[in-house]
Ligand binder design. Structure first.
Ligand SMILES: Nc1ncnc2c1ncn2[C@@H]1O[C@H](COP(=O)(O)OP(=O)(O)OP(=O)(O)O)[C@@H](O)[C@H]1O
Ligand SMILES: [Mg+2]
Length: 375
């Protein structure tokens, strides 16, 4: 969540810089810096250059005197947090333009995270939740080269299925000309979509998983031949009326597969093909994974999920596998559960609250798009 603040700070004008210089020659932090001896051999202390306030954060930017570094700030994070009357987890310290940026989270403003309260229309991006820093909708730009394929990971009860059903409901409701393949290994999360018109295949459990994924790969290969004939490099750029539907290949619970098990080796080979070559052929993959570990989500698979919704985990390994940080997602003080997590994509890492969607809404959307609706 603190990434956006650094972006805002970087963009603030020089005029403000000069104005603040005049007002903040000596700053309110002087007492603190003296206490923690944050000064160089000449006695120079950091000088406050800017303060920025948002709806739920406040940020301070300091010069770093010669001889000190950002590490000197970080080493004193506990005392700085106490001075600001904040918990350490609500304070971030980072280096921005060779200056020290201290950001504090203010009391969260409650905004609705109910899917039903929003009106959506975009078919180029899929809403995932509310960005806790900006209170704006956080999206998955599934067509973008730098964001394609989504993994939703977290412990049991963290909100994976809720996030997945919200995403699938949105796809069914708002994205035209699509085809969905579902491998619902737990059989409880997506059966309501079984008879939806754009759902090509719905498999419960591990039924036909090999056949289904190899069909998707075959279709991808056919599409590459077709694109070559059309002299087009990417299906998204094709404007003809005969454009084939965008495909979503969905696996609910990747943990029911294991890259080290003989019977799943072919599945992982095909999954990697879809992840690495699917985008240009108009094929997007979505998976959920409960507390994933390396054998379930090996590096060659993980690296191709360019959008990651990282929910609360109960193991450090899962946290590390998902977001690269062993401690973050297991930290009870930081992670609220219930759809709270970090969305990692080409925009960086942003703290979000995932949309909650009611069962009735899902059923309503599924019924509206039933195959046999008119018969
Ligand atoms: N975005 C959300 N907003 C509010 N509550 C949520 C949200 N997501 C999940 N919850 C709450 O958490 C409960 C568990 O969520 P969910 O079934 O999605 O978890 P899960 O990660 O799929 O668990 P499992 O791995 O056991 O299937 C939900 O019944 C709901 O009460
Ligand atoms: Mg679930």
């Amino acid at each position: 969540m603190f990434k956006i603040v650094s972006g805002i700070i970087e963009g603030i004008s020089v005029i403000w810089d000069v104005t603040l210089d005049l007002f903040f020659g000596k700053n309110e932090f002087e007492y603190l810096f003296k206490q923690i001896k944050l000064q160089n051999l000449d006695g120079h202390m950091p000088i406050l250059r800017k303060t920025v306030e948002g709806s739920n954060y406040k940020a301070y930017l300091f010069t770093i005197p010669i001889g000190l570094s950002i590490e000197d700030f970080k080493d004193n994070k506990d005392t700085i947090s106490q001075y600001l009357h904040k918990k350490e987890c609500d304070v971030s310290i980072e280096l921005v333009n060779n200056q020290a940026l201290i950001t504090i989270k203010e009391g969260d403003i409650k905004v609705s995270c109910d899917y039903e309260d929003y009106e959506f229309k975009d078919n180029n991006k899929i809403p995932i939740g509310i960005d806790k820093m900006t209170n704006k909708i956080a999206y998955w730009k599934y067509l973008s080269q730098s964001d394609c394929h989504l993994i939703i990971g977290g412990a049991t009860g963290s909100g994976k299925s809720t996030a997945l059903t919200e995403v699938v409901s949105y796809i069914v409701e708002y994205i035209p000309n699509i085809k969905i393949y579902i491998q619902d290994t737990k059989t409880v999360d997506l059966p309501m979509f079984e008879n939806v018109d754009c759902v090509e295949v719905y498999n419960g459990g591990k039924d036909h998983f090999d056949e289904t994924i190899s069909n998707v790969v075959d279709e991808m290969k056919e599409r590459y031949k077709w694109l070559k004939e059309k002299k087009c490099r990417n299906l998204n750029e094709y404007k003809g009326k005969d454009k084939p539907p965008h495909i979503f290949y969905i696996v609910e619970e990747l943990n029911n597969f294991n890259s080290k098990h003989k019977e799943d080796v072919e599945f992982y080979k095909n999954l990697q093909l879809i992840l690495s070559q699917g985008r240009a052929a108009g094929i997007t993959c979505i998976v959920t994974a409960q507390n994933p570990y390396c054998d379930v989500l090996p590096g060659y698979i993980k690296s191709n999920f360019l959008t990651k919704l990282c929910l609360k985990t109960t193991t450090g390994e899962a946290s590390k596998v998902l977001c690269g940080n062993f401690d973050l997602l297991i930290d009870e003080k930081i992670m609220d559960g219930n759809g709270h997590g970090y969305l990692i994509n080409s925009d960086g890492t942003n703290e979000i609250q995932g949309f909650n969607i009611q069962e009735e809404t899902i059923i309503q959307i599924a019924n509206k798009h039933r195959k046999d609706k008119d018969s």
